[in-house]
Design a protein around this ligand. Structure first.
Ligand SMILES: Cc1cc2nc3c(=O)[nH]c(=O)nc-3n(C[C@H](O)[C@H](O)[C@H](O)COP(=O)(O)OP(=O)(O)OC[C@H]3O[C@@H](n4cnc5c(N)ncnc54)[C@H](O)[C@@H]3O)c2cc1C
Length: 377
């Protein structure tokens, strides 16, 4: 059994941002930290998803990354876009990996899946499928998008864009992409630019533009102080209204419109009410307007389930130690994101404390800063 001072469950953006802050801000040695994740290397989910949709630039700005130093990306990279200096995906990924190497966090990696957690001396015992570890401090960062959702009307014919089996480069013929957010926009643009596909973007509501996933005001004290004064029910409602899911940046909308003008993409505002596979192998979508749309493939860019992340092993933990949760099932936390005795959470799990930006990179930095600051005290 291995013993560490800090154990982080989940090596995505959130977990790795926390790890870097623990090293750089709180002065904890990387040798005292272990990161447990089923993937072979850090940031694997982020890399796979952003590569899959061929996202060239991040939506967030140059100050949002894994490090406590706001200028970390500018010092390391030179590939930025526009007035917000949005980093290119490849530069962001390469420099993040470089930073993880330099801090030594890359060597803290333990490839495993956590299945059970219990209290013990000196803090917590964490059971993976292959390893058992004890730790004084436990940080849960299992992500917020592990279960992609496909609306019932598209099942079973559609495949989710983030289903590991979906390969956009294998799509041929008439492709229907369903959704109105950045994943749908990037996927439709990629497919439309492939000469061998005829692409339709089917969106339920008018396409909406937003530069960011939520108002940047949610990163500052004014809005966040008001948020902290709300009870947890109001916080959940606020997060629901303030997160700009299903929106895209202006440049993506312009690109879609250009492709439409060039006759390479068709955009339709309608909703699938049902779907069936025809004898000739085509999928026929029955639309709410009454018309029919046939396609060789249907790609659902329709988001993720809203359930508590990691519920299969976190719910038993909640039950065993009566951990405080709001009505929505998410953790009620201290300002330092501690749930109970040196058990911390970040990312989607910390949403009721960090607010509408919690799931993004900016939220990861704010969460990591709070955790590291509480350790320094
Ligand atoms: C295509 C795309 C583009 C995005 N672009 C931006 C952007 O530009 N700017 C921005 O701010 N945000 C962006 N986001 C949002 C957000 O930053 C990402 O979703 C981010 O990856 C979330 O990080 P995470 O660590 O919470 O989750 P994940 O990246 O999903 O990482 C969680 C990790 O935990 C592991 N895990 C889960 N359960 C266990 C377990 N039981 N045991 C061990 N490990 C476990 C998972 O395998 C995974 O590796 C984007 C999201 C997507 C999908």
């Amino acid at each position: 059994m291995r013993d560490v001072s800090w154990l982080i469950v989940g090596g995505g953006i959130q977990g790795m941002t926390a790890a870097v802050h623990l090293c750089r801000q709180a002065g904890i040695s990387a040798a005292d930290i272990a990161v447990v994740d089923p993937h072979p290397e850090p940031l694997a989910v982020w890399k796979e998803r952003t590569e899959k949709i061929r996202m060239p630039y991040l939506r967030s700005t140059f100050v949002h990354h894994l490090s406590p130093d706001p200028l970390e990306l500018v010092k390391r990279g030179d590939s930025f876009l526009g007035r917000y200096k949005r980093p290119s995906r490849s530069m962001f990924y390469d420099t993040s990996k470089e930073l993880l190497q330099e801090t030594g966090i890359a060597d803290s990696w333990l490839q495993d899946t956590v299945v059970h957690v219990e209290k013990s001396q000196p803090g917590w015992t964490v059971y993976g499928k292959k390893n058992t570890l004890t730790t004084a401090n436990l940080l849960l960062a299992p992500g917020g998008g592990s279960r992609p959702v496909i609306p019932a009307a598209l099942q079973p014919e559609a495949v989710h864009v983030y289903d590991p089996s979906f390969d956009p480069s294998a799509v041929t013929g008439r492709a229907v992409v369903v959704g109105g957010g950045i994943s749908a926009a990037h996927t439709a643009i990629y497919l439309a630019e492939q000469r061998h596909t005829e692409t339709v973007l089917l969106h339920r509501k008018p396409l909406r533009v937003s530069q960011f996933d939520s108002d940047p005001g949610w990163l500052g004290p004014k809005r966040m102080q008001a948020f902290s004064r709300m009870d947890h029910r109001r916080r959940r409602r606020c997060i629901h209204t303030e997160r700009r899911t299903g929106t895209m940046t202006r440049e993506l909308l312009f690109k879609l419109r250009k492709l439409e003008r060039d006759g390479r993409l068709k955009m339709m505002q309608d909703e699938a009410a049902g779907s069936r596979r025809c004898e000739d192998g085509m999928v026929e979508l029955e639309l709410a307007s009454g018309s029919l749309l046939s396609a060789d493939s249907v790609t659902a860019c329709t988001g993720f389930s809203k359930e508590l992340p990691g519920s299969a092993w976190i719910q038993p933990l909640i039950d065993a130690y009566s951990l405080p949760c709001a009505d929505c099932g998410y953790p009620k936390l201290s300002p330092s994101l501690m749930w109970t005795d040196r058990l911390y959470v970040t990312g989607a799990l910390a949403e009721l404390e960090i607010g509408p930006s919690a799931r993004n990179i900016a939220g990861a930095q704010r969460a990591a800063r709070r955790i590291a600051a509480s350790v320094c005290m």
